[in-house]
Design a protein around this ligand. Structure first.
Ligand code: SF4
Length: 387
């Protein structure tokens, strides 16, 4: 089982639970991506792994006494590439826990009437779709190995347009061949389409990815990438989007991602699937981090019960994680959660910052502490001071 009986009694159950399901299968490997996912997996093996994931959702949630969930996120990988019958079974299963919100990631090239039917988008009003667009510039898509055409993107947006109040789109600024004009044209197209939610990232050079070891001659440098990201950010704000986290924007607070908000507040969640991560706060202020083993062989073998790695996060480290995650958000960190979980020690880092050179970047109200917008720009330096 995901944890032992002794630890089970120590779970802090004061906050609702969320579930993350990881489907680590892709059609191809994008050159900037460091997520745990594989391309070209044999379809039979993939079906076996997914069947096991479905079984483990039922098993582990029963074992952990999680009869209700506040939110479910199905990510990857590319969840939209799995067989329609398994996709429907997965959505039906997670909906049986009555979550307020379910989100599933899709790739534009997979969007079809059949996919929309398999997901039950018309039936499940709490179901959100998160689609990875990245850019509409074909040369940039080609340069990072994304095998999708801009025409496929337009077709996907058209098919999903009845659902755009439940649609989130992902964009990346600073891809090869990007100029400020291209990035602004991407933004213009998107804000005209007007999805309820957007995630905007500056291209990050992650270790071990193709982009880091194979120099691309048309890659904007770090400063250009950051300028392009900031220009995009200004356009989104000017178009009426609210920035509720460093990379996330929504039309209204009702459009915020419940799952992300849950993570940023370090509320309890479990992850099911190869490489999926979950964090369960314990009553003594520490936490248990549980990660699904990555080997597909383990997940496809019905007799193998050794599916998880477990790591303890000590109380001090867990307090730091609250600041690291919470300071990314406009809302910030709940004082009540800090107090409830850690007593006076929860607010000690905040008191330290109030006496430091960073005090001008702090803001608080009765319920939350956070950084100002300027403060979020120097987040890394502020966090270093807390280490
Ligand atoms: S970016 Fe998405 S589609 Fe591309 S390799 Fe990573 S998980 Fe797969």
């Amino acid at each position: 089982m995901i944890m032992d009986e002794i630890a089970l009694d120590k779970i802090d159950r004061r906050e609702p639970f969320a579930l993350y399901v990881h489907l680590p299968f892709c059609h191809y490997r994008c050159h900037y991506c460091d997520f745990y996912a594989s391309a070209g997996v044999d379809p039979q093996l993939r079906r076996k792994v997914i069947a096991r994931i479905l079984r483990e959702i039922t098993n582990q949630l029963a074992y952990l006494h999680m009869e209700r969930l506040v939110s479910v996120y199905v990510g990857g990988g590319t969840p939209s590439m799995i067989d329609g019958d398994q996709l429907s079974a997965l959505i039906d299963l997670v909906q049986s826990y009555h979550p307020q919100q379910v989100t599933i990631e899709v790739n534009p090239e997979d969007v079809s009437k059949d996919l929309i039917d398999a997901l039950g988008l018309a039936r499940w009003q709490n179901l959100r779709v998160s689609m990875g667009m990245q850019t509409f510039h074909q040369a940039s898509l080609d340069a990072v190995g994304r095998k999708v055409t801009t025409q496929q993107m337009f077709d996907a947006l058209e098919l999903l347009s009845p659902y755009k109040a439940r649609l989130s789109l992902d964009l990346i600024a600073g891809l090869p061949f990007h100029t400020q004009a291209i990035v602004e044209s991407d933004m213009h197209r998107l804000v005209t389409y007007r999805p309820a939610h957007l995630s905007l990232y500056a291209l990050a050079m992650e270790e071990g990815t193709v982009l880091t070891y194979r120099h691309h001659p048309h890659l904007p440098n770090e400063e250009e990438r950051s300028i392009q990201w900031q220009a995009s950010q200004r356009m989104l704000l000017a178009s009426g989007y609210q920035q509720y986290e460093v990379s996330n924007y929504a039309l209204t607070p009702n459009d915020y991602s419940l799952q992300n908000t849950h993570y940023w507040q370090l509320k309890p969640y479990i992850g099911i699937g190869p490489g999926a991560v979950g964090t369960l706060p314990l009553l003594d202020g520490s936490a248990l981090r549980i990660t699904g083993r990555r080997e597909f062989g383990v997940w496809s073998n019905p007799d193998d019960i050794n599916l998880w790695h477990r790591d303890m996060i000590e109380r001090e480290s867990f307090i730091f994680e609250h600041y690291m995650m919470g300071f990314r958000t406009a809302l910030g960190i709940s004082k009540a959660i800090l107090k409830e979980r850690f007593g006076d020690a929860g607010l000690a880092p905040w008191e330290h910052l109030q006496k430091s050179k960073w005090r001008e970047f702090l803001q608080e109200d009765d319920r939350y502490i956070t950084l100002t917008e300027q403060g979020r720009l120097v987040l890394d330096a502020i966090l270093l001071d807390l280490l």
